[in-house]
Design a binder for this molecule. Structure first.
Ligand SMILES: *Cc1c(COP(=O)(O)O)cnc(C)c1O
Length: 223
């Protein structure tokens, strides 16, 4: 018998708190984003019943299908987009999410700014940085971050922080340290880093948002 979502959540939160205290940080400064992609609304409702309010999805369409009813039941729910965004989905993304963590190129910046203006909704944004400079991975290269930030300021995008997904085959700590350094350099207060396998390291290195799926909901069905 596997543990319940409420038990898994309690464990994860305890480990975040422990890692925070060990690093001299206040656990309250770390937001747990429960990544619910592929999981059913029923399982998300279990997490809501256990007090979780912040969720992450990686597909706009999937979030639009799952979340309207959950939001109606829990108006204080906060939804983050953590997956890659296509510019033709910018309108849906602005309408659906409270936070967009995957801004990574000029075309997306312009599309989001235009939609925010049109809809009068302003989801907070993170820029995703491809810290490992992996060719197949989303995110702006560290060397191109300054110019993308400049464009975000011109477009008045509500930018709050940086996000990264380190290469799977490398130790994550140097990537988290780099992300933190970039955020400090550019005066951005928030850092989204750390997943099920490495979130304690991320907390130690300054994460304000950890994105955790498997450790809360269990293994995802293979696509
Ligand atoms: C799926 C996903 C996560 C969660 O990964 P787990 O290893 O299941 O915790 C975090 N961030 C992003 C961007 C993801 O797509």
């Amino acid at each position: 018998m596997s543990e319940s979502i409420s038990q898994s959540l309690a464990k994860v939160k305890e480990r975040i708190a422990k890692a925070a205290r060990a690093a001299g940080r206040d656990p309250a400064d770390i937001t747990l984003v429960a990544v619910s992609k592929t999981h059913s609304p029923e399982r998300i409702a279990e997490a809501l019943a256990a007090g979780q309010r912040c969720f992450g999805e990686n597909r706009v369409q999937e979030a639009m299908a799952k979340f309207p009813q959950l939001r109606a039941d829990h108006p204080d729910l906060e939804l983050h987009l953590v997956g890659p965004l296509q510019s033709n989905k910018a309108a849906d993304a602005v309408a659906t999410f409270d936070v967009i963590q995957s801004v990574d190129r000029p075309k997306i910046v312009r599309a989001l700014a235009k939609e925010m203006e049109r809809q009068g909704r302003r989801p907070r944004c993170f820029i995703q940085v491809n810290t490992g400079e992996e060719p197949q991975k989303a995110g702006v290269a560290p060397g191109e971050l300054s110019s993308l930030l400049e464009l975000c300021r011109e477009a008045e995008l509500p930018l709050v922080g940086l996000m990264c997904i380190p290469p799977v085959e490398e130790p994550p700590a140097p990537h988290f340290a780099l992300l933190r350094q970039l955020a400090e350099q550019h005066d951005l207060p928030l850092l989204s880093m750390g997943m099920s396998g490495d979130y304690e390291t991320a907390v130690e290195l300054g994460a304000t948002h950890v994105r955790i799926g498997t450790a809360i909901f269990g293994e995802r069905p293979k696509a």
